[in-house]
Design a protein. Structure first.
Lengths: 238, 298
């Protein structure tokens, strides 16, 4: 019988604090993201999920410690953090509406050989719409661009913030499939309000409540406990 | 008819100078939301650097002027990059301090130039051709205006090609739209900003040399005096809009020239052109606060 393999911690957040104006948004958040697979970051609206993602990237001022593969990120500017292999799919997609689809993707290129084959395999529609202004795409197509930007490069981790927000049911399915494929190539830290999607994709979960970590563990365990799920997520868990 | 043609071309010449100084101002605001009140010093630097080189070069025209022009562009780029790195970068996102420092720099630099070269305008050693005129539809058009238009058109095409076809241009266009997302793609926007600042310095320095031909002299106050109209141009065109700054520069230059001429002829009041530009600014701000080609906020 072989000994169980120790799971390596890829991202470690420790005592993370964020103040925005007068508000103390994150109040000592600590959690670990294991290498491989998908870790969901859940919580009610205003719990601090998006702020946590932005703090990891250095898009908001923060204190505490954030280590990616043992490297401390808190003293690095955002572009250097990203170059360590951090992909980002933002909540509001934040595609460049006045640039074409091709230009949006070109801007995201970091590696010498960007993975256009993977991107166009997942989203063939983007290949057909390369010359189209990204601002004229539908919400679902814009989300494809946002996910494609993160998939173009080899990443250690991809931070995905509410990828299915505002999408049609069909597009939710497509986005979930793309993220499942992305999870084969990189670790995902996924903020998701759609619990069905979170349950399908993630194995581990970190629940935030009012700027603090309220629960960490397996997604299945959380969902199997209706009282816990209702308490932290406002749902029954089934 | 010949008067209208003359006013049209000289107005375009003035618009060309405004465009050269406003283009860099507009791009630096668009990319980093920095309003550089010291941008006029790059024009002054350009004028004095080209004059300094031209009076010392023991060679004939046109090479003397061309070398002076190239030299002033290099000096403009160096001074602009130095200002960005030493004064703007440490104050990034501190808008009040930026205004104070850049206004202070503009005042101090003008005083420095006056201290070194004297407060009075200095006659510029213009090449002979630029002092002549070209007949166009019966109008005698000063060649200095035609040169200013040609150089501004070339700068416009080069900057447009830079923005459209290079990776740096792509970064600038994306940065104007959403700077923080560009950094979240692993791009050092600060380097793009330094480059844009230096390019803005080059264009403004060119305006300084061409302005010296246009007015026949260099003047320590010209940078700050022209900067006021450049600010009006970028607000009318739409803050951060490169194409808007071109359009507004042409409109402002033509309006100023036509009104100045006709108000002088009919009412004996020659400053009405400047007044009309301010009125145009007020009308645009009331009618379309984001400027002609700017994006509305919210």
């Amino acid at each position: 019988m072989s000994a169980p393999t120790a799971i390596r911690t890829l991202l470690e957040v420790e005592d993370l604090h964020v103040h925005l104006g007068e508000s103390h948004i994150l109040q000592g958040v600590s959690f670990k993201v294991p290498a491989g697979g998908v870790t969901a970051l859940l919580g009610r609206n205003g719990a601090g999920k998006t702020t946590t993602i932005k703090a990891i990237l250095g898009l908001v001022g923060r204190s505490g410690s954030i280590r990616l593969s043992e490297r401390e990120l808190t003293r690095m500017p955002t572009h250097q953090i990203v170059r360590l292999g951090v992909g980002y799919v933002p909540e509001e997609r934040e595609i460049f509406s006045e640039l074409s689809v091709a230009e949006n993707l070109k801007l995201a290129e970091r590696d010498k050989k960007p993975r256009y084959d993977l991107v166009f395999e997942l989203f063939p529609e983007l290949q057909q719409r390369r010359a189209q202004a990204a601002g004229s795409l539908s919400g679902g197509q814009q989300q494809m661009v946002a996910i494609a930007r993160a998939l173009l490069n080899e990443n250690q981790i991809i931070l995905v913030d509410e990828p299915t927000k505002g999408l049609s049911p069909l597009m939710v399915t497509n986005a979930a499939s793309a993220l499942k494929r992305a999870a084969q190539a990189a670790t995902l830290l996924l903020v998701e309000q759609n619990l069905q999607v979170a349950r399908t994709l993630a194995e581990k979960v970190v629940v935030l409540d009012q700027g603090r970590v309220a629960y960490t563990g397996d997604v299945a365990e959380l969902m199997a406990d209706p009282a816990l799920a209702r308490r932290y997520l406002g749902v029954g868990g089934h | 008819m010949s008067t209208v043609i003359l006013l049209l071309v000289t107005g375009l010449g003035l618009g060309a100078l405004y465009f050269l100084i406003a283009s860099g101002l507009s791009l630096t605001y668009g990319l980093m939301r920095v309003l550089n009140f010291a941008h006029g010093i790059f024009l002054t630097v350009g004028g004095y650097a080209s004059w300094w080189i031209a009076v010392r070069l023991p060679i004939g025209e046109p090479w003397r002027f061309l070398i002076a022009l190239a030299g002033c562009m290099v000096v403009g780029a160096i001074v602009a990059a130095a200002v960005e790195v030493s004064l703007i970068r440490p104050l990034y996102r501190r808008h009040i301090e930026q205004v104070l420092v850049t206004v202070g720099l503009a005042l101090a630099f003008t005083a420095l130039v006056q201290g070194i070269f004297g407060p009075d305008p200095i006659s510029y050693p213009a090449p002979g051709w630029t002092q002549g005129v070209t007949q166009l539809a019966g109008a005698n058009i000063p060649n200095s205006r035609l040169l200013a238009i040609a150089v501004a058109a070339a700068v416009f095409l080069l900057l447009a090609a830079f923005l459209r076809f290079t990776r740096w241009g792509l970064i600038v266009r994306a940065g104007v739209e959403n700077r923080s997302m560009v950094t979240a793609l692993g791009i050092d926007v600060q380097r793009a900003f330094t480059l844009i600042f230096a390019l803005g310095g080059v264009a403004a320095a060119l305006a300084g040399a061409l302005g010296a031909l246009y007015f026949g002299n260099i003047d320590p106050q010209r940078g700050t005096a022209t900067l006021i109209f450049a600010f009006i141009v970028i607000v009318i065109g739409g803050l951060g809009s490169f194409t808007g700054s071109v359009l507004a520069a042409v409109v402002v230059g033509l309006l100023q020239q036509f009104i100045n001429y006709y108000s002088s002829v009919y009412w004996g009041f020659s400053a009405a052109g400047d007044l009309s530009v301010v009125l145009l600014l007020a009308v645009v701000l009331l009618w379309r606060p984001q400027g002609l080609l700017g994006r509305s906020v919210g």
